[in-house]
Design a protein around this ligand. Structure first.
Ligand SMILES: Cc1cc2nc3c(=O)[nH]c(=O)nc-3n(C[C@H](O)[C@H](O)[C@H](O)COP(=O)(O)O)c2cc1C
Length: 413
């Protein structure tokens, strides 16, 4: 039997029946109401029948004023319990049912974009600042033109006050409670890819001099406090995970990241998903080369292997780059991780596990090679790295296509 077919049990008791988990992918289908729409629900209905061990939803923003992109699903205000919010729980229950109707445990990814909120995204107004641990603007390059474009696309942030910190903590807690009441199996905090929680963890974006800045421990305080606060309001059986960026073994931040993982574990996370990158350096999408020239599949396997050595009891999910059954099996067999996170291939084939887990299918067939989405020549004139944005747009379009019953395509065809 392929090791991918073995179940994984989280400390809260939740069991993923196999090791292939769909990674979070923002669907861009929530419409102008920033709430699940019929097409959105249909995408999850399809994934729910795909044989996945679990589904991670696309990011749900905890504050509709601060969206990553205009069509994100979001929380629209405070949540004070089922009794006062029947309609809201009804809506999100439809989402949980679409995901889990066929028995696939599903976890909602919760996010605040912080300074990575597009100027046109969110209901705060195009001239309002974003919020971040420190007032350090996003810089998509060093040249004058790149700085100007960064400013145009992403409003410069203001430093969060203690009041802001408490408000955002409450927003994560309210969202978790709503997801638990709606029947989801857990939440994953988006602590990777340069979003707000990552901005706090990372010394490059966190220059605070109060209890939330300075040492690795202080930078982790915001996230650790959020995890404790969520634990108080959700059932013990409800999973709380976090997606975190890896750090190069040789980099200054490596030991800090390991310290922070230790703190997250102490705070009681059920799993840690390893990824990497940010808008400034989008390594989550992998090297800017054709997939065939990428010798090794999983982008962040060295980091996962090291984290595994330091924290053998921590359930690890590794996302980014898996394209073949053999590659996924190899990561499990070498004990780099417990769970394989799969993003883009799941947008092209929502039922990929039915292929990967079927032992009658040969290794040659159990794969999906994906070239990078080509950058059209007119876009090469823009002095910004648009590759990751194009990848996201391309695969979000594929999600919409399969949800509408249309054929999907791999890039370059
Ligand atoms: C369309 C699209 C949307 C994404 N949205 C999210 C998201 O909401 N949250 C997140 O953590 N990662 C997001 N990602 C990143 C994926 O979860 C994953 O880390 C990345 O695609 C690498 O995995 P892959 O090589 O299997 O695609 C997105 C990726 C794509 C292609």
């Amino acid at each position: 039997m392929t090791p991918l077919n073995e179940p994984v049990k989280l400390p809260c008791g939740l069991v993923f029946p196999n090791r292939l988990v769909k990674a979070a992918m923002a669907e861009s289908l929530a419409g102008s109401g920033n709430a699940p729409t019929p097409t959105f629900l249909e995408a999850y209905n399809q994934w729910g029948q795909g044989g996945w061990g679990g589904l991670l939803t696309g990011n749900v923003q905890v504050d509709v004023d601060h969206l990553g992109t205009p069509l994100d699903a979001a929380m629209h205000g405070e949540y004070s319990g089922k009794e006062n919010n029947e309609a809201l729980v009804g809506l999100w229950s439809q989402y949980a049912t679409a995901c889990q109707r066929h028995g696939t445990p599903s976890i909602v990814q919760l996010c605040h974009p912080g300074r990575q909120s597009l100027r046109v995204a969110g209901r705060r107004g195009v001239f309002a600042p974003t919020i971040a641990p420190s007032a350090i603007p996003l810089q998509l390059g060093d040249s004058m033109v790149q700085r100007l474009l960064s400013w145009l696309v992403f409003p410069p942030p203001r430093e969060m006050t203690q009041g802001d910190i408490e408000k955002v903590t409450r927003q994560f807690v309210d969202a978790s409670r709503l997801m638990a009441d709606s029947g989801f199996s857990g939440v994953e905090l988006h602590g990777a890819h340069g979003y707000l929680l990552d901005q706090f963890l990372n010394p490059k974006s966190n220059k605070r001099t109060d209890a939330y800045g300075g040492s690795a421990e202080n930078r982790a305080k915001f996230v650790v406090d959020i995890i404790h606060a969520i634990r108080k309001v959700v059932p013990e059986t409800f999973a709380i995970g976090i997606k975190l960026n890896s750090a190069d073994h040789s980099s200054d931040s490596f030991e800090d990241t390991m310290t922070q993982i230790g703190l997250l574990m102490e705070a009681g996370i059920d799993f840690l998903e390893v990824s990497g990158g940010s808008y400034e350096n989008p390594t989550m999408m992998g090297p800017e080369k054709s997939a065939r020239t990428v010798a090794r599949e999983a982008f962040f396997i060295e980091f996962a292997t090291e984290a595994r050595k330091r924290f053998p009891g921590l359930v690890l999910m590794l996302s980014g780059g898996f394209r073949t059954r053999a590659g996924a099996e190899s990561a499990i067999k070498q004990n780099a991780c417990d769970i394989i996170g799969i993003g883009r291939p799941a947008a092209v084939n929502p039922k990929l596990p039915l292929v990967f887990l079927d032992e009658k299918v040969s290794d040659e067939e159990a794969q999906m090679v994906l070239n990078r989405v080509p950058v059209p020549s007119f876009l090469r004139l823009i002095p910004l790295n648009v590759g990751a944005g194009l990848e996201t747009k391309y695969y979000a379009d594929q999600i919409k296509r399969f949800a509408m019953g249309l054929k999907t395509f791999v890039p370059g065809i």
